[in-house]
Design a protein around this ligand. Structure first.
Ligand code: SER
Length: 618
């Protein structure tokens, strides 16, 4: 079954169980300061799991785009990807364990037709310290399901020591069978929801050899062993607790949060432990085989490079589309790292031509139906990739040569050298570390961070001057236009999308000039709506508020603005109602009612992918 069909089958199945189907949320969380990326289907659902009413009811299902930055370095083996889709269904205080387990078993065995003899499950073993019992209820329900297909499902404890024996249902502790955004119960902050879970594993039986060939060969194999013989294909979370000052308290509602990796399901159906052999990756492989004149399977090194390129460029395409174009800060830094690591892998395959745009076109085509947004943002995506690729390729060779010289001369890369590789050749520090690891040498990370800090200190003078240049003077009308510029950015994000980023501003007493990233000329309608939106905010007579917080807090809260050139510990945040929040040096008016009427007088191009708007206040 093709991956696009699996997604459809899942959503159809839960639609037939009266679930409302919702579209995927963005990879960049909108109102979740706890994390930079959406890394699971559950994240956008947190308010509803905590008891807020969902407008579409108590049963929801979706396929959520997810990105896990922490897995970047693991990509290259047969199962890690940074980007993936998570199929999810939620009960918001409606059905619970019994329905969930029986439905998911029905879906897996009857709709996807996975052989139940190859399915294994895990449940929470309980913990008296937090007053939660072993999940015998889930065990019972699983046993009933397996019984229907003539399987006597026996339980096993301590499988990591004793091996799996004839077990089908495995008890594990909170490291395996507890889910919250923050991980195990001890790590959860007060106010965080979580609960025990029950995972489902596929056994690539034909590949038992996998365990013998793995680093785990001296330990017993069992479903949660990381050797690759078993693959977790789904997780039923019984989201029923809230962490409080006094331990765990039942949530207002008992919720279900099911998450299943779409690509993993496809790998299970295909019964091939190499996730990169599923249909989605075929066109990408073909393209790379053509460019490199090498077969995917040629040797370990080639296979690994193929996987890194396919995963990283796919992730970058989705990230750019959701607004995280490559840059040196925040989420954009990850996009940059992915693209550059992909380019280095292509270099290892001896690919000379630019390749990212072709791959991106294939990716956009593969996802045309489920994610039409990619097609709409095609120009933005292709432009960003092209710019990053041509830019980085100019310095990659020289940088690699420099690295070679260093490593031949000495047994480590010192902080300043790592910083030079970053500053002059565009090597993200993680890439230098990876190169070093490949040659068995070390990078002094602490010293790198210090060199980076020193550099920021030196450039701070420049940054201050730059800001003065942005605001011509401090006349009243200049200040008014400065506040209007913040509203304009908010309006552009609202009307055009979250990819819009400020690229520059110049404000005089007469007019504001504002540059921002956007791939196309604005239509008359977009101009009109932007203008209207700004004026609507102005008319709300909103106070412009300022507060000072630490850079770390600003970063954690994901507030718009430039962090790089800042050196002070405190930054000023200007907020205008719920519309605009930016790091900014000021000054600003006290209330939007001081602004008058906002009017856009001109739009033009200001370079590739950058538009310029000139506006006045009447
Ligand atoms: N939140 C759970 C997970 O990510 C299930 O959706 O595994």
């Amino acid at each position: 079954m093709k991956t696009n069909l699996i997604r459809k089958a899942y959503l159809d199945f839960f639609r037939s169980k009266n679930h409302a189907i919702i579209p995927s949320a963005s990879l960049l969380p909108e109102n979740d300061p706890t994390t930079l990326f959406t890394g699971s289907g559950m994240q956008p659902m947190v308010p509803y799991l905590l008891g807020e009413k969902h407008p579409l009811g108590k049963r929801i299902a979706d396929s959520q785009k997810s990105f896990r930055a922490q897995d970047i370095e693991d990509v290259g083996d047969n199962r890690h990807t940074t980007f993936f889709e998570m199929l999810g269904n939620w009960s918001l205080g409606d059905y619970f364990k019994k329905e969930q387990i029986s439905w998911i078993f029905e879906f897996l065995t009857q709709v996807l037709k996975l052989d139940p003899r190859r399915l294994y499950v895990s449940v929470y073993q309980g913990n008296s310290k937090i007053n939660i019992d072993p999940d015998q209820e889930a065990v019972k329900i699983w046993q009933q399901q397996f019984k229907k297909v003539n399987i006597q499902a026996q339980t096993v404890k301590n499988a990591s020591k004793k091996g799996m024996g004839k077990g089908r249902i495995f008890f594990y502790d909170e490291n395996e069978n507890w889910w919250s955004r923050a991980g195990v119960p001890d790590n959860m902050p007060i106010g965080e929801p979580g609960g025990p879970d029950s995972e489902i594993f596929w056994d690539f039986k034909a590949s038992r050899q996998i365990h013998e060939d793995s680093i785990y060969k001296d330990q017993p194999c069992h479903p949660a062993c990381d050797c690759g013989r078993f693959l977790e294909i789904g997780n039923n979370v019984f989201m029923q607790y809230l962490k409080t000052k006094n331990g765990f308290k039942p949530l207002e509602n008992k919720n279900i949060d099911f998450g299943g990796g779409l690509e993993r399901l496809a790998a299970a159906i295909q019964d091939d432990p190499d996730m990169f052999n599923i249909d989605l990756f075929k066109p990408l492989k073909k393209e790379l085989e053509k460019l490199s004149q090498k077969q995917y399977q040629l040797n370990q090194k080639t296979t690994r490079a193929f996987r890194i390129i396919m995963d990283h460029i796919r992730a970058a395409v989705f990230l750019i589309s959701d607004g995280a174009g490559p840059s040196n800060k925040d989420q954009g830094y990850f996009t940059r790292r992915l693209i550059r690591r992909g380019i280095r892998s292509a270099h290892q395959l001896n690919i000379q031509d630019n390749f990212t745009q072709n791959l991106a076109r294939s990716i956009i085509k593969i996802y045309e139906k489920p994610y039409p947004g990619l097609k709409n943002n095609q120009n933005l995506i292709l432009d960003a990739l092209k710019k990053e690729e041509t830019g980085f390729k100019k310095t990659l060779n020289q940088g690699l040569k420099k690295f070679e010289q260093l490593r031949k001369k000495q047994k480590h890369i010192d902080g300043q050298q790592a910083f030079d590789l970053y500053q002059s050749y565009g090597f993200p520090i993680e890439m230098t570390q990876e190169l070093a690891q490949e040659h068995g040498i070390k990078v002094d990370l602490q010293a790198f961070k210090q060199a980076q800090k020193n550099h920021q200190k030196i450039s701070r003078q420049g940054a201050q001057k730059k800001f003065k240049g942005g605001l011509a003077d401090q006349q009243k009308s200049t200040i008014q236009l400065h506040t209007a510029a913040h509203l304009l950015l908010a309006a552009l994000k609202k009307i055009l999308g979250h990819h819009v980023k400020q690229k520059g501003a110049n404000i005089t007493a007469e007019r504001l000039r504002f540059d921002f990233s956007h791939p196309a000329k604005l239509t008359e309608q977009e101009i009109k709506e932007t203008q209207q939106y700004v004026n609507e905010i102005i008319e709300k007579n909103l106070p412009v508020k300022m507060r000072e917080i630490s850079i770390e807090q600003a970063r954690e809260q994901n507030i718009t603005g430039e962090f790089n050139d800042r050196y002070q510990n405190l930054v000023k945040i200007y907020t205008i109602g719920s519309y605009s929040q930016e790091i900014c040096g000021g000054p600003h008016v006290k209330n939007t009612n001081e602004l008058g009427k906002f009017q856009i007088i001109k739009q033009q191009s200001a370079g590739a992918g950058v538009r310029r708007i000139k506006a006045i206040l009447e």
